[in-house]
Design a protein around this ligand. Structure first.
Ligand code: S3P
Length: 195
């Protein structure tokens, strides 16, 4: 595992890094830290959808429906992928759409933050901002989503694990290492010997 001071020499990005994974995987927190380290912008597709619609995600689901949300999500991801390389955290359902996966494959590099059910549940329980979990058995739904979605998340270009006790910093460093190994960090700003 590289040490923080060495890895801090890295800066810049050749492609947008698209973080995917289930609710509670830590996409936004890890994404912010990663963007900070690389000196690039961080964007969150959920936040962009909310800003564009001038509504929260629960309001969008309530006043319209999931399909309306997914259409907005697709448009926002397309727009963000056309901008300069950045760190893009996507909502948990974004990578299920073949159209989104294709756009991400063309213009970005996908990174799945894999986490087990207990880790995810520990982070999302008691929160009301995720319409899919506002039901009688949110943990059961989360378990079902995990089973349904993990095979697709597993097709991401890079896979890292976020275990229960792991600090997000460990995940950030693992992603930086994988991005460097795959040649997505500019050579001039990384030290091959150190990473
Ligand atoms: C969703 C995940 C949410 C948000 C929406 C739907 C999903 O984002 O996009 O509530 O389908 O898993 P987070 O994964 O950031 O919580």
């Amino acid at each position: 595992m590289p040490s923080a001071p060495e890895i801090e020499q890295a800066a810049g990005l050749s492609r947008t890094v698209v973080l995917v994974g289930l609710m509670g995987a830590g996409k936004s927190t890890v994404g912010r830290g990663l963007a900070d380290r690389l000196g690039v912008k961080f964007v969150d597709s959920d936040a962009e959808i909310e800003a564009a619609a001038d509504m929260t995600i629960p309001e969008i689901f309530e006043r319209f429906d999931e399909e309306y949300f997914r259409n907005g999500e697709r448009r926002v991801i397309a727009r963000l992928l056309a901008e300069e390389p950045c760190i893009l955290a996507t909502g948990g359902g974004a990578f299920l759409s073949s159209e989104n996966r294709e756009m991400i494959g063309d213009a970005g590099v996908s990174v799945w933050i894999n986490a087990d059910l207990e880790t995810l549940w520990g982070r999302v329980k008691g929160k009301t901002n995720r319409p899919l979990l506002n039901c009688d058995d949110p943990k059961g739904i989360l378990a079902q989503l995990l089973e349904d979605r993990y095979p697709l998340y597993g097709t991401a270009d890079i896979v890292v694990s976020s275990a229960g006790g792991d600090l997000h910093e460990v995940v950030i460093l693992a992603i930086m290492q994988a991005l460097n190994d795959a040649g997505y960090l500019p050579e001039s700003t990384t030290n091959e010997g150190d990473l």
